[in-house]
Design a protein around this ligand. Structure first.
Ligand SMILES: CC(C)=CCC/C(C)=C/CC/C(C)=C/CC/C(C)=C/[C@@H]1[C@@H](COP(=O)(O)OP(=O)(O)O)[C@]1(C)CC/C=C(\C)CC/C=C(\C)CCC=C(C)C
Length: 599
């Protein structure tokens, strides 16, 4: 009785619930849109075909295994199958693709410098030929062997759609890591093969003898059923990838799509997919790839957090991070104070140029000339039209303060003498970042509902939060900074004390670190509620960015409270305390679910 409904109760619904629990907090509005879009397409495209199969008795159901309601002869349970299978497979694709920036897999195939792009054409053509044959041959051979009926019907139904999806998305299907495409097809396919085997064995549904080939993949699993689930999962994953492809094109090329609504219409998605690949801006794609590499290599916290943002905000945050990191590294790693100052001058000139109303191609090229090609590809993409200039100049001022540690008289006149020097430094290098991040958040806000009072309050809180994060950074890096001759603990704190033994000095530094960390947590506690006033589309991303960094503070505080060493080899950079990957992922998920860490 009601065997088909039981298949759902036991096998599909629990899996869908588990995926919803895992993915629920991570869903963006685009994810929800994509799932609904694919479900509508899947159901409406499958109904006429499935109804035909049932009416012509290619497959049948004993009357007692279904509850009763039908649409065009299709039992309600079967209709539900289309909905839930699409849901499960799309959720898996969304979950496993969170970490990638899809736009970095787009290629301008007309660009001769891009060899990976040029190599795609033969594969594209081969796929198109195979799928065209798979669409046409079953129709041409429809009067043939009746045992091949079901297989022919499957191919005639699926292959034209696969041909269309392949033609739109072959770049991503060929270039994305296999774990983001083929694995996502394989996992639910295997699962549904097992479910189907059990259903066929119990007689929940059956394929009529005369319309099947009689080949079994394993006992009780007909080849047609195996192919059906393989193909339907392929359709869902390719459809999902095609949506991502369209989103990526819209996000990556503002010159072709100046305005992208929060939820782009299906028409706009198709327009994006129809943009010839020769129109893709290779420079932009290269720069974005380089920026992402910088982010992935340099900051595990912000790399994780970047996966929670989406659309153009995500791209611009990555570009902003890479700009800041390139600037910081060039100035920091300069072999001499003179060279460091020279880089500050180059960056200042670069900012002067891009913010000048007279900025043109020639001036821009001149301002970029001192930088390496990789740095140029990143710098040129800085979204300066969405960023105020003052925080960027102030950031350079912060990097200049860093250089004062290497001045000849740094011992007598250290750059961080008092707590207000420390505050000033943190304002330059991190409060600015808070302001810049929020400028991007408000510029890209698809809803634009925030009033100026709220914006002002949030930006004020964001700048303070930036300072809090910098304090955590300072407390964590005391040893590694000391090794390169820097000390951000206010100098007067030391001079006021008269302790001399090494153990007492170590104890004293520990106490200072504790004090700065407490200040960081106080600022964090005072300002974290402001995150809930940010535009909804960016709230959880900003929460994750802040929380994943404050988690470093929590690790440090725990170690302090338990008398454990703060500086040790392991995890990230040697000598620094770091948050293990599994804990970072947990913090990200927990934060998205609205559960913040202790203050
Ligand atoms: C998600 C994403 C990609 C975010 C990008 C954030 C961004 C642009 C960061 C800039 C990083 C950078 C290289 C700045 C140069 C100066 C500097 C070194 C600042 C320190 C950052 C640490 O970065 P690092 O690469 O060293 O990271 P690791 O420790 O190695 O992992 C800072 C500690 C500053 C970070 C400050 C912020 C991100 C600002 C935080 C404030 C907000 C996001 C706004 C909060 C909003 C409200 C309303 C409270």
């Amino acid at each position: 009785m009601y065997d088909y409904a039981l298949v759902h109760l036991i096998y599909t619904i629990p899996l869908a619930i588990v995926l919803t629990i895992i993915l629920g907090p991570l869903f963006t509005r685009r994810d929800v849109y994509k799932i609904l879009f694919l479900q509508v397409v899947a159901v409406s495209y499958t109904i006429p075909w499935d109804s035909y199969l049932i009416r012509t008795k290619v497959w049948t159901y004993p009357a007692d295994v279904i509850i009763g309601p039908k649409l065009l002869d299709i039992p309600a349970e079967e209709l539900f199958f289309f909905v839930i299978q699409t849901y499960i497979t799309t959720c898996l694709q969304i979950l496993l693709s969170k970490s990638i920036v899809t736009a970095t897999y787009l290629r301008n195939e007309a660009d001769s410098r891009d060899t990976s792009g040029a190599a795609l054409l033969p594969w594209k053509r081969a796929g198109q030929i195979i799928l065209t044959l798979a669409s046409v041959v079953p129709i041409l051979s429809r009067g043939g062997n009746p045992e091949g009926t079901y297989m022919r019907l499957i191919l005639a139904w699926a292959a034209p759609v696969m041909l269309m999806l392949w033609t739109f998305s072959y770049q991503l299907l060929l270039l994305l890591p296999w774990t983001k495409t083929w694995l996502i097809i394989a996992l639910p396919t295997l699962y549904l093969w097992i479910v189907d085997t059990l259903a066929l064995r119990r007689g929940t549904w059956s394929i009529e003898l005369g319309t099947k080939l009689g080949i079994h993949v394993w006992p009780h699993l007909e080849i047609e059923e195996a192919v059906f689930f393989l193909i339907t999962n392929t359709l869902v994953v390719w459809g999902s990838v095609a949506c991502d492809n369209a989103f990526a094109i819209l996000d990556a090329f503002p010159q072709h799509f100046p305005v992208v609504p929060g939820i782009p219409s299906p028409l706009l998605l198709i327009k994006a997919l129809l943009l010839p690949t020769s129109k893709y801006d290779s420079g932009r794609l290269d720069g974005l790839q380089n920026a992402l590499t910088v982010l992935a290599r340099k900051s595990r916290s912000f790399y994780l957090a970047s996966g929670v943002f989406f659309g153009r905000l995500r791209i611009d945050l990555i570009l902003l991070y890479a700009f800041c990191r390139v600037a910081d590294d060039l100035i920091d790693d300069a072999p001499s104070a003179e060279e460091a100052n020279m880089w500050v001058t180059h960056f200042t000139h670069f900012l002067d140029t891009i913010y000048s109303p007279k900025c043109d191609k020639a001036r821009l090229e001149k301002a970029l000339a001192p930088f390496s090609p990789k740095a140029q590809s990143i710098l040129v993409l800085l979204p300066s039209d969405k960023l105020p200039s003052e925080p960027l100049y102030l950031l350079l001022e912060g990097f200049r303060i860093d250089q004062e540690f290497f001045a000849k008289n740094a011992k007598e006149n250290p750059p961080i003498k008092t707590f207000s020097d420390l505050e000033r430094y943190a304002t330059c290098v991190a409060a600015t970042i808070g302001e810049l991040c929020l400028s991007l958040v408000y510029e890209h806000d698809p809803d634009k509902r925030a009033n100026s009072d709220t914006i002002q309050k949030c930006v004020a809180a964001g700048t303070k939060m930036g300072r809090a994060l910098q304090y955590v950074n300072i407390v964590r890096d005391v040893q590694t900074d000391a090794e390169v001759g820097r000390c951000y603990i206010p100098d007067e704190w030391f001079t006021k004390s008269s302790t001399s033994s090494l153990t007492a000095q170590k104890q004293e530094v520990l106490h200072f670190r504790e004090e700065i960390l407490n200040t960081a947590f106080d600022i964090y506690a005072e300002n974290r509620d402001a995150i809930e006033q940010l535009p909804p589309y960016a709230r959880s991303g900003i929460r994750v960015a802040v929380e994943s960094y404050m988690e470093i503070g929590r690790v440090l505080r725990h170690r302090m409270n338990h008398g454990q060493p703060l500086d040790f080899a392991g995890g990230g950079k040697k000598g620094r305390a770091s948050v293990p990957k599994s804990r970072r992922v947990w913090v990200g998920w927990r934060t998205m679910a609205g559960w913040r860490g202790p203050v």
